[in-house]
Design a protein around this ligand. Structure first.
Ligand SMILES: NC(=O)c1ccc[n+]([C@@H]2O[C@H](COP(=O)([O-])OP(=O)(O)OC[C@H]3O[C@@H](n4cnc5c(N)ncnc54)[C@H](OP(=O)(O)O)[C@@H]3O)[C@@H](O)[C@H]2O)c1
Length: 327
């Protein structure tokens, strides 16, 4: 039986209490008609500390959280390699899922997750927060409305230099480590959300000794010599911008384009920068979008649709095949 959310807050749970879970929980506290109801960690101590900080219940196992009948929605914030398993755990209990990016490790896993959501008629969405942020929606509209004409070229990058730590999910192969899946997904997202899937892909990568990619350079080729030049790297800090060169001007999403930021429009030697006056880290926008879907009885997002998440993962699969990255 479907739940009614009338006259009450949506009760959120979180699985996996690492870095991003803290940012999400802090932003959730700013959202009306929603509450952080319970959190789950593999460690009771960690769960209790997190729950005390954000005022929620604490569970020392993910299974205990999904067995709590009061939970409406769960945010999955575990390493990529667990996204499928933890999503299925929730969906089987009829709990709506907002699962961190990348949605899973590959297209087969994404297919399984979507099929399960459909079977149980439960809301499922990939938490690629950029997609719902007002500055990104603004840039997308400008590009779709062809304010400056057609896109001729995209340049998008994401680079920072984390300290190598084999135990960190960022580098550990069994946890889905590597630059492509962690941060390369954002430049790829910028290209797919504006120009769709490319006709052909060129890609090359550098690797750490454990076989995960330390950097990845990608070119997407489209009709009429239109190109998207994309990069992810853990070897250096890069501007982390998304720049759309169009026929009559440039739309530039400033650093870091994936999170709350500004957009600059450049044409005829004139520059205008639009500020979106963000007050949070931006996760409240995906929470509000998800809450609205849930309240409206939707099982899929119109922004991060199943079709879009599938295309994104298929493109990541193709790039991995070209650079020879296997998990
Ligand atoms: N960090 C960011 O800025 C960011 C931004 C956007 C998206 N994301 C995505 O969010 C996901 C989590 O990223 P994160 O940076 O928060 O990672 P993290 O700090 O390493 O946290 C991941 C959490 O997953 C849980 N976990 C379960 N099994 C694990 C295992 N075998 N090894 C390690 N951790 C395990 C742990 O929580 P418990 O110990 O509590 O069980 C851990 O704290 C990733 O898929 C990432 O792509 C992260």
């Amino acid at each position: 039986m479907s739940k009614s959310f009338q006259n009450r807050k949506i009760r959120w749970g979180i699985i996996g209490l690492g870095k991003i879970a803290h940012k999400f929980a802090a932003d959730l506290l700013t959202v009306d008609n929603a509450q952080l109801y319970a959190v789950a960690s593999r460690s009771l101590e960690k769960a209790k500390a997190f729950a005390t900080k954000y005022n929620s219940k604490a569970y020392d196992s993910y299974e205990l959280l999904v067995n709590d009948a009061y939970v409406d929605a769960i945010y999955i914030a575990t390493p990529h390699s667990f996204h499928k398993e933890h999503t299925l755990l929730c969906l089987e209990k009829g709990i709506a899922v907002l699962c961190e990016k990348p949605f899973a490790m590959n297209s087969d896993e994404v297919k399984t997750m979507i099929a399960k959501a459909r079977k149980h008629n439960v809301l499922l969405m990939e938490a690629l927060c950029t997609s719902v942020l007002p500055h990104y929606q603004f840039a997308l509209n400008e590009l779709k409305n062809k304010t400056f004409g057609n896109i001729l070229k995209i340049e998008a990058d994401f680079g920072f230099k984390p300290k190598f730590d084999i135990n960190s999910r960022v580098f550990n192969k069994s946890l889905g480590g590597g630059s492509l899946l962690d941060i390369g997904i954002y430049p790829i997202f910028a290209a797919i959300s504006t120009l769709e899937e490319p006709n052909s892909i060129e890609a090359s990568a550098t690797f750490y000794e454990n076989g995960v990619d330390s950097s990845c350079s990608i070119i997407f080729n489209y009709n009429n010599d239109v190109k998207a030049i994309l990069e992810s790297t853990f070897l250096k800090t890069t501007p982390t911008e998304a720049v759309f060169y169009c026929e009559k001007g440039i739309i530039k999403i400033n650093s870091r384009f994936s999170g709350p930021t500004t957009v600059t429009k450049i044409s005829n030697n004139q520059e205008e920068t639009i500020d979106f006056y963000y007050k949070t880290k931006g996760y409240d926008y995906e929470i509000m979008h998800f809450n609205q879907l849930l309240r409206n009885g939707k099982t899929e997002s119109d922004i991060m649709s199943f079709d879009f998440s599938s295309k994104l993962m298929l493109t990541l699969d193709k790039v991995r095949e070209i650079i020879g990255l296997k998990y």
